[in-house]
Design a protein around this ligand. Structure first.
Ligand code: PMP
Length: 395
C-alpha cells in the first residue's frame, strides 16, 4: 500500500512518533475480546482504597479542598509525608524535602526533565519498567540498558554498571523492589552501586514505589541511606501500590533541595499541582496507615508464594522465590525464541493474560511477568492453564 507523506503541519514530533505503544496495553486490548479471561497482566492492586480514606477525601472536598494547592503540595500532606519518611530514610526530614507529584509517574517525568541535557545517558538494569524509556527520551536523554541474568536473581552487578558508564552517563536508574522481576536489591549490592555512582559522578533515581510490598526475610533498603548518597539521589515513591490508590494519582519525590527546586519548576509548568482532593486522600491514607494495608501485603505474599509453588512444580519452569512487588518472572523453557507468541497463545487458547518478558528488555526472553493481582482460586486456575499451554507449546 502506498502511503503519502504526512502533510506539513500534521506530523508529530519525532520524539513522540518514535515511542512504541505499550505491550501491556496491547495485551489488555486483546484480552477485552474475551469474556472469561484471568488477567495476571495488570500491575495494580485489585483491592479498593479503604472506605475511610475515600470518605475523608470526600469530606475534605465538601469542606472546600477543591482549589489549587501549592505546586510543591498540600502543606499538611508534605508534613505528614516527611514524618512518614524520616524513620525509613534515617534522616531528619521536613516538608521542604518532599515534592508531591501526580503519581510516581509525575515524579519520574519531573526528575528527567529537570536534570537531562540532550544526549545524556541514563543507565538502567534490564529487564525494567517499560515506561522509563519514554520518560528518558521525552526529556532528550538516551536509555542505556545494563543486562541482568536469571542466574543472578535479576540483581544487577555493580561492575556491569561501571562498565556501561561512558562519558555521557548522567543518571543511574534503580527500581527495587523491581517491576517486573520482583527482585529486591540486597544491602551489599547497594553499597557497590553507591560506590559506582560516586566514582562516575552519577545522579541516582531510585524508584521505590513498591517499597512496602516486601516479603520477609527480604528487606527493602534505599540507596539514599548510603553515606554521601542523599545529595545525589532522588527517591520516587507513590501511594498507588502500598495504599491501593492507583487512580488517585499521588506520588512523591524525596531529594536534595537543589534537585527538588528544579523538579518543582517542571511540576509548576506542567500541571500546576497534583489534584487537591487526591492529596487529601493521601493524607488520610497516612493517618489510617495500619492493619488494612499490612493485610494487603500479607495477601500478596500468600498469593505470590502459591504461584511460586505451583510454577516450581511445572516441568521446565524456573522461578525465583518471591521477595517483593507482586510480580513473578518465571523462565519457561522452550519459549525463548517467541516469548510474545507464547503469551498470545496463552491468551487465545487458555484465556490467561501475562506480559511477555521481552516487553521489559531482551534479558526477559523466555520469561513472562505474572501479576498476583487476582484471588488464590483464580490464580490456581491460571497456573493449571499455564501448565497446559506450555505442554502444548512444546509439542
Ligand atoms: N514505577 C514502577 C516500577 C511502576 O511499576 C509504576 C506503576 N506501574 C510506577 C513507577 C508509577 O506508578 P504511579 O504513577 O501509579 O505512582
Amino acid at each position: 500500500m502506498e502511503t503519502s507523506p504526512p502533510r506539513p503541519g500534521r506530523r508529530l514530533a519525532p520524539a513522540v512518533a518514535g515511542l512504541e505503544s505499550s505491550v501491556i496495553r496491547e495485551m489488555s486490548l486483546r484480552a477485552a475480546r474475551y469474556p472469561d479471561v484471568i488477567s495476571l497482566g495488570i500491575g495494580e492492586p485489585d483491592f479498593h482504597t479503604p472506605a475511610e480514606v475515600s470518605q475523608a477525601a470526600l469530606a475534605d472536598a465538601l469542606g472546600g479542598a477543591t482549589h489549587y494547592t501549592l505546586s510543591q503540595g498540600d502543606p499538611e500532606l508534605r508534613s505528614a509525608l516527611a514524618r512518614y519518611l524520616a524513620p525509613r530514610y534515617g534522616a531528619e526530614l521536613g516538608p521542604a524535602d518532599v515534592l508531591v507529584t501526580g503519581g510516581g509517574m509525575g515524579a519520574l517525568a519531573a526528575f528527567f526533565r529537570a536534570v537531562l541535557e540532550p544526549g545524556d545517558e541514563v543507565l538502567v538494569p534490564e529487564p525494567h519498567f517499560p515506561c522509563y524509556q519514554a520518560h528518558v527520551e521525552l526529556a532528550g536523554g538516551r536509555l542505556v540498558r545494563v543486562p541482568t541474568a536469571f542466574e543472578d536473581g535479576f540483581v544487577v552487578r555493580p561492575e556491569a554498571v561501571a562498565a556501561a558508564a561512558g562519558p555521557r552517563a548522567r543518571v543511574l536508574l534503580l527500581n527495587s523492589p523491581c517491576n517486573p522481576t520482583g527482585a529486591v536489591l540486597p544491602g551489599p549490592v547497594l553499597d557497590g552501586l553507591a560506590r559506582v555512582a560516586q566514582e562516575h559522578d552519577l545522579l541516582v533515581l531510585s524508584d521505590e514505589v513498591y517499597d512496602r510490598v516486601v516479603f520477609p526475610p527480604a528487606r527493602h533498603e534505599s540507596i539514599a541511606t548510603r553515606p554521601g548518597m542523599a545529595e545525589r539521589t532522588c527517591v520516587v515513591g507513590s501511594f498507588s501500590k502500598s495504599f491501593a490508590m492507583t487512580g488517585w494519582r499521588i506520588g512523591w519525590a524525596l531529594g536534595a533541595p537543589w534537585l527538588l527546586d528544579g523538579m518543582l519548576k517542571v511540576v509548576t509548568y506542567l500541571t500546576s499541582c497534583a489534584p487537591s482532593v487526591s492529596q487529601r486522600a493521601a493524607l488520610a491514607a497516612l493517618r489510617h496507615d495500619g492493619p488494612a494495608f499490612e493485610a494487603m501485603v500479607d495477601e500478596f505474599s500468600h498469593r505470590c508464594r502459591l504461584a511460586y509453588e505451583r510454577l516450581s512444580a511445572l516441568p521446565g519452569v524456573r522461578v525465583h522465590r518471591p521477595e517483593g512487588s507482586f510480580y513473578l518472572f518465571p523462565h519457561l523453557e522452550g519459549v525463548e525464541r517467541d516469548t510474545v507468541g507464547f503469551a498470545l497463545e496463552l491468551l487465545d487458547r487458555e484465556r490467561v493474560v501475562v506480559v511477555p518478558g521481552t516487553a521489559f528488555g531482551p534479558s526477559g526472553a523466555g520469561c513472562v511477568r505474572i501479576a498476583c493481582t487476582v484471588g488464590t482460586e483464580a490464580l490456581g486456575e491460571a497456573m493449571d492453564r499455564l501448565g497446559r499451554a506450555l505442554a502444548r507449546w512444546r509439542g
